[in-house]
Design a protein around this ligand. Structure first.
Ligand SMILES: Cc1cc2nc3c(=O)[nH]c(=O)nc-3n(C[C@H](O)[C@H](O)[C@H](O)COP(=O)(O)OP(=O)(O)OC[C@H]3O[C@@H](n4cnc5c(N)ncnc54)[C@H](O)[C@@H]3O)c2cc1C
Length: 516
């Protein structure tokens, strides 16, 4: 009897027409996210379209391998790092086309690897954008990643989180079947089956096409910044601004993050970015004037600010944007805030998808943000519990050089996002090195592996998540970091498991993500 040799998996995958990587360096790179390394991968597939993707998934799962989707790779919660060796990763960065813009029905359909920055470049000339229009990581982060782990930033003060912009999806199941969900122009139509696959951190299926609602790009803008002495005032003002629906974006920094922010960018870059933006928005002279104002304000205006809050407003006419800024001033005053230079919101808006150099601290420290989306009513006690945690561990943190800084943001209709970021001295990984601009990376000290600091950072991360859970937080980016199934009604958990079995009977779709 003649025995046929089993074809190598890489060869089978390559027959789909997709690029296949299985050299040691690529496999090691793709095994990491920004935070940590997962188990060894068998291969990485880079499909050029959904047919190559579907065929690749089928080939991998037929051979018994788990499959894992990766968008821009800009996450730090283990959503795409493997639990066990042998998985095939699908890097969707090459599926990055804007497939259709429909300015009549106001929808846009993209491939999942389309980056938020590229989507903006495609829509801005048409005077259009999506309601939530990207995460700050949008230079590299993709629409597929945003729809798969949800998220917030641009537009979120008014329009809520990323997945709220989505109307329809097409997904590839674990057997390579393509399935369409939703109606392009509205969601939900009946029970929300498209919603079932949103924020799943790739545990149920791989998104192959995504349709988002469109809105008109804003014509007029307002900016204001405030300083507060106490975190209680700061959180009260954030909540009230969200309740009043004033801001398209509203975010704030605690003293540690204020200090980092002011250290980071050079004044010249700030002014240049601002001149560019103002020229686009209001002509050359306005640009020069605003650039000069930034230089005049210098970088010291937050020196005495404990907690800063930054508010951006938009309107069809300037009077509307200004009226919302006036309302924000009232709120700030009501809670004891004082107005400071509005340089930060202007700068951030001038370059909404800037380079991602902040993934290392200014002295080369590692960085890990841990967030909770909290009801306004629970934000104060939650923040107090976080402060108590950091006070309790202050001695150990100081001994190991660990710091923290906290960001807050208003999420329209969702509450207050609280995000402590940990900074600890430790070695960087290949994803971090590939993400930071080379010129910036050269300037940042390269630190050695530091097991005790890493261990305490992990311990603090778990304790922070436990505090968020105690305050009934919701989370974006659940991945393998945040609890989800534990929070479900047991009947709802059983339903989730039944759905998982239906779409992925052999448990090969990103096993472990979402706790599945
Ligand atoms: C500097 C920096 C700034 C950030 N700013 C923000 C911010 O402002 N707001 C915010 O919410 N987050 C932010 N993040 C976190 C993160 O970048 C975002 O959550 C982003 O949406 C991740 O997108 P991605 O394309 O990189 O996804 P990835 O990291 O590649 O993947 C994320 C998850 O989605 C899954 N996935 C990816 N594509 C698909 C697909 N097509 N189908 C199914 N599953 C898929 C992956 O398996 C994984 O579980 C930031 C991160 C960094 C590094």
């Amino acid at each position: 009897m003649v025995s046929m040799a089993k074809p190598r998996l890489a060869d089978v995958l390559a027959r789909t027409g997709a690029e296949v990587l299985n050299d040691a360096e690529s496999l090691d790179f793709y095994a990491h996210d920004i935070y940590a390394r997962g188990a060894d991968l068998e291969a990485v597939v880079r499909p050029a379209d959904k047919y190559q993707l579907a065929a690749g998934i089928r080939a991998a799962t037929d051979a018994g391998h788990a499959v894992i989707p990766r968008g821009g790779g800009m996450s730090y919660t283990g959503g795409y790092t493997a639990n066990a060796a042998g998985a095939v990763m699908f890097d969707l960065a090459g599926m990055d086309r804007v497939l259709a813009v429909d300015p009549v029905s106001m929808t846009v359909t993209v491939e999942p690897g389309c980056r938020w920055a590229a989507l903006r470049d495609a829509l801005t000339p048409l005077g259009l954008r999506t309601p939530m229009w990207g995460t700050l990581s949008g230079l590299k982060a993709t629409v597929g990643g945003g729809m798969s782990q949800n998220g917030m930033f641009w537009g979120s003060g008014r329009h809520g989180s990323a997945v709220q912009s989505c109307t329809a999806l097409e997904v590839a199941l674990a057997d390579g079947t393509l399935m369409a969900l939703g109606k392009n122009h509205t969601r939900p139509y009946g029970p929300d089956l498209a919603g079932l696959f949103l924020a799943d951190t790739g545990a149920l299926a791989i998104k192959t096409e995504i349709t988002l609602r469109l809105v008109r790009e804003a014509e007029c803008h307002g900016y204001a910044s405030f300083a507060f002495d106490t975190h209680a005032q700061w959180l009260d003002a954030t909540a009230e601004i969200e309740r009043r629906g004033i801001a398209t974006e509203c975010f704030g920094f605690d003293p540690y993050l204020n200090a980092i922010r002011m250290k980071r960018d050079s004044l010249a870059t700030d002014a240049k970015q601002l001149i560019g933006m103002m020229r686009r928005q209001g002509g050359f002279l306005k640009g020069l004037k605003e650039g000069a104002k930034v230089v005049a304000a210098g970088r010291d205006f937050l020196k005495n600010a404990n907690f800063s809050l930054h508010v951006l407003t938009e309107g069809r006419i300037q009077a509307a944007a200004d009226a919302d800024i006036a309302a924000a001033r009232d709120v700030a005053q009501q809670f004891g805030g004082r107005e400071v230079e509005n340089t930060i919101p202007k700068i951030v808006r001038a370059n909404p998808f800037g380079p991602l150099n902040s993934i290392l601290g200014p002295d080369g420290e590692r960085w890990a943000p841990i967030h909770g989306l909290i009801s306004h009513g629970r934000a104060q006690p939650c923040f107090d519990s976080l402060l108590a945690l950091f006070t309790e561990h202050a001695g150990r943190m100081e001994a190991l050089g660990i710091h923290y800084g906290t960001l807050v943001a208003a999420v329209g209709g969702g509450g207050t996002l609280i995000e402590p970021c940990l900074y600890w001295p430790d070695a960087r990984n290949p994803v971090i090195e590939a993400t930071i601009e080379p010129a910036h990376l050269k300037k940042v000290p390269k630190l050695a592996t530091n097991a005790p600091a890493w261990a305490l950072a992990q311990e603090l991360k778990s304790a922070i998540i436990a505090i968020f859970q105690a305050h009934d937080a919701a989370h974006f980016q659940i991945g393998r970091a945040y609890p989800y199934r534990e929070t479900l009604d047991p009947r709802a958990d059983a339903l989730l498991l039944a759905i998982k079995r239906e779409v992925d009977p052999r448990g090969l779709m990103n096993p472990g993500s979402l706790g599945l």
